[in-house]
Design a binder for this molecule. Structure first.
Ligand code: C2E
Ligand code: MG
Ligand code: MG
Ligand code: MG
Length: 287
């Protein structure tokens, strides 16, 4: 690193950016290998219905424990996968894994609760997205009707008609549709009326700390009112306290996903979590 040149001495690399560039290189190599050797795993984070505290679906979140780097967070490697084009094979592998888990752990019994898959904007804009997705589900012998796609505002913005058609085809194939991290994009809201989307998922930055921040409460309230008037439902992500859940319930929020109920967990723990939720009525107790 640049540190070996001693402090105050000129160095071509600023220490930090050199280390960052080095890590990015290693990361990209490791990511390629991890995809090739199928080292990714998927964890699942429950969503809870505020109406009655019941299990109401879960989000599939990729997990990677690199041989060389240890656990790397998707917040770090997903953006890298996007800039290197690795996101397409990576995303396909994650979806395949989620389908395999679905069959192995009998997630069909959770129906009508759906499993959410994150589709990055880069993947969503790929011309073969629809065919690629459908062929995975066919090959894996899984029905899209058990799944939901989480798309960001950035993905569905722009080229109006083409996106509208694509969303309609995905819905016809059986997928539920959700706008992820809602409120963080700077899109005009008019697209919400044209696109048939089932869910808005309010970004964690508005949800966490809602108890102490009046502005956040007003924003969340406005999003919920607007969504309901457009026949959409709302899920809040990242609630960490009972107080936050209470406020969200009071504002008419439909579902909550957050550490207050459960962290993302490996697929083999989901069934047990749901049983515990029903037996001790933990969900209702938390409401
Ligand atoms: P996201 O789709 O908005 O996912 C929610 C993130 O918030 C997850 O982080 C989840 O673990 C975290 N979270 C949930 N509840 C809480 C809470 O109460 N407190 C806090 N502090 N965090 C909470 P994760 O798994 O690290 O994923 C980060 C982002 O990486 C995701 O944001 C998504 O954009 C991307 N990502 C994760 N898995 C996938 C994937 O399989 N495919 C794609 N394309 N992107 C993924
Ligand atoms: Mg998501
Ligand atoms: Mg999100
Ligand atoms: Mg988010």
């Amino acid at each position: 690193s640049a540190k070996q040149f001693g402090s105050g001495q000129f160095s071509f690399f600023h220490g930090d950016s050199h280390d960052t560039a080095k890590r990015t290189l290693i990361l990209e190599n490791e990511l390629r290998r991890a995809i090739e050797y199928k080292q990714m795993r998927v964890h699942y984070q429950p969503k809870i219905a505020l109406r009655d505290g019941s299990f109401a679906g879960m989000e599939a979140l990729v997990r990677w424990n690199s041989d060389r780097l240890g656990p790397v967070s998707p917040g770090e490697f997903i953006p890298l996968a996007e800039t290197t084009g690795l996101i397409i094979p990576l995303s396909e592998q994650i979806i395949e894994l989620a389908c395999a888990d679905f069959l192995k752990y009998d997630f069909a019994t959770l129906s009508p609760a759906k499993i959410s898959l994150n589709i990055s904007a880069f993947h969503f804009k790929h011309p073969a997205l629809y065919e690629g997705l459908l062929s995975i589900f066919e090959r894996m012998n899984c029905s899209p009707s058990h799944f939901e796609l989480e798309l960001t505002e950035g993905a569905v913005m722009g080229e109006g008609k083409a996106i509208e058609d694509l969303l309609a085809r995905l819905r016809e194939a059986g997928f539920g549709l959700s706008i992820d991290d809602f409120g963080t994009g700077y899109s005009s809201l008019s697209y919400l009326q044209r696109f048939q989307v089932d869910w808005l998922k309010i970004d964690r930055s508005f949800v966490h700390g809602i108890a102490g921040k009046k502005e956040n409460r007003h924003i969340v309230e406005a999003i919920i009112k607007m969504a309901h008037s457009l026949q959409m439902k709302v899920v809040a992500e990242g609630a960490e306290t009972h107080e936050e859940v209470e406020i969200l319930a009071g504002l008419g929020c439909d579902r909550v996903q957050g550490y207050v109920f459960a962290k993302p967990m490996p697929p083999e723990e989901i069934q047990g979590y749901i049983e515990e939720l029903a037996i001790v009525d933990k969900g209702r107790k938390l409401l």
